[in-house]
Design a protein around this ligand. Sequence first.
Ligand code: FES
Length: 152
Amino acid sequence: MSGLTDKTSERQEVGGKIDRRSFLQWSMLGLLAAMGLAALNVVVRFLLPPPKEYKATELSIPAGQIPSGSSMVVEYKGAPAIVIHTENGIAAFDATCTHLGCIVKWVRKEEIFLCPCHAGRFDRTGKVLSGPPPEPLHKIKIKLTDNNIVFL
Ligand code: FES
């Protein structure tokens, strides 16, 4: 038994240096510890609520910047929003497609929102006309105050 212990200690230290096997064992242990910490980080970030920085956003746009027939993409609460001005008035929508999250574009000529990813089409009220989107675009409440479009 003592012979085995002597061999082990001989293997670990040869001339005051750590041998290859011990180095690999410590390296693997360090790698496993790093992977464990990375996995723990992912789990903790998943369980924690998202940051609240997106909630305190207020947006106001001069109505003159969106003349009749035009549209404008703005950032609202950390996401792209699209404001359109048609003969029916001014409306704003979350520009994120309800299918897989691509950003829709306003096609003025046809008065539709078109998603470039899978050709999802929405009418000017956000209702799905065709394509894979499972639900309408999310409308954003706005009001016109002092010639400004205010996002609510
Ligand atoms: S992401 Fe818009 S249609 Fe697929």
